[in-house]
Design a protein around this ligand. Sequence first.
Ligand code: NDP
Ligand code: 2IT
Length: 448
Amino acid sequence: MSYVDEVYDLVVEKNPSQPEFHQAVKEVLESLRVVIEANEEKYRKDALLERLVTPERQILFRVPWVDDKGQVQVNNGFRVQFNSAIGPYKGGLRLHPSVNLGIIKFLGFEQIFKNSLTGLPIGGGKGGSDFDPKGKSDREVMAFCQSFITELHKYIGADTDVPAGDIGTGAREIGFMYGQYKRLTGLYEGVLTGKGLSYGGSLARTEATGYGLLYLTEEMLKCNGRDIKNKIVAVSGAGNVAIYAIQKAQQLGAKPVTCSDSTGWIYDPAGIDVALLKEVKEVKRARLSEYAAARPSAEYHEKKNGEHGVWSIKCDIALPCATQNELDLEDAKMLVANGCFAVAEGANMPTTMDATEYFQKNNVLFCPGKASNAGGVATSALEMSQNSERLSWTFKEVDSKLKDIMVNIFHSIDDASKQYGMLRNYVAGANIAGFLKVAEAMNAQGIV
Ligand code: NDP
Ligand code: 2IT
């Protein structure tokens, strides 16, 4: 059996009931097959792949907090410090009831390659909790965040592990966590990113993931003889990534016509009204039905299982920006039948493996999240730099660095796909380019 297959089987055996982690590992290992098989003996002797798929450290902890009725609630807390070969662990904290160890491991594993692709010195990590911030009061969210950091602060720091936002963790949660970290340690340091501008945050971090997604998409289209202008775009999600993806798509002359949340989706043929969307989701924290109620051109559809949601709308470009495995084979068939020619992932692993293969077979330009959504973490690394030098850069400065980083990422994955004979296979290109830097660093640092 080949080394790659052996390691995949080992991952499944050693990590039972973690299907998302298996999926993320499978996709990466399949891409790496050509690289590994060219030097299989050395990689096997060094157990390079076994080390790569095994987190350096996993921290699992209890998060007790008191709700507004005086009742004690208990959640599970996680931080997976996956790989520090090229820098301190870096990655977000997800707060969502679906969070479990397998989800955090898939996200942490993806983060290793994503962070490598940014070209910046950041290792891979991820954390979170099954706490659901939805419907909680600000005081309850603060109580949870303070308890979470009271345990986690022992394991993080500006030069060791720097968490940030993800699903359910936005500016409010990062603020509460930062305050508690500072109180416990007495340190005013860049231990978290996505901070508010008044206490060390970076301009353009809020916009970075969505903007970065569009900078990369624009470059991918340009290098394939296409133009983003006047294209119809289907977007899923209505959170941090989706909102700023929609905004930048409009600035680049495209027309985003959809968005979605966990309860339903919007089709707005006149184009999404970003100011209204922000008001509904960022200010009121309300459901998308409120968007439709305030916007005569928009249709609201309740989410129904087995239906295609935003992927049933005729579009040129699809940008899945909500959550993992939200775009399956049937959705992909519908998109291709409707003429969609490019897909770039804003979320982490939103496309199932068979849907990805279907896109590739049908010549749809497909960019995986670890490349196309890397603008968020890249700008987090820029926030770390600003914190270290105790300066803050202008919006224009950060945004222009972000754009350069995204254009460079596209070219490095494009070059890798060509070098390994898989032209336009950006999944392979991203996994290979991300892996090579980490593998070289691991190799240089000996058996650790
Ligand atoms: P937010 O919490 O801001 O928004 C998430 C959006 O997706 C919400 O609209 C939410 O609906 C919807 N959603 C979440 N879970 C589900 C689900 N199970 N089914 C349907 N809809 C769902 O998160 P972000 O925008 O930050 O994150 C979105 C994706 O992007 C995630 O995959 C994340 O890992 C990834 N990502 C985020 C980065 C960042 O900088 N924030 C960077 C790189 C990747 P509702 O409003 O109802 O909750
Ligand atoms: O998935 C991701 O890259 C993020 N949630 C952002 C991580 C970060 O450290 O900014």
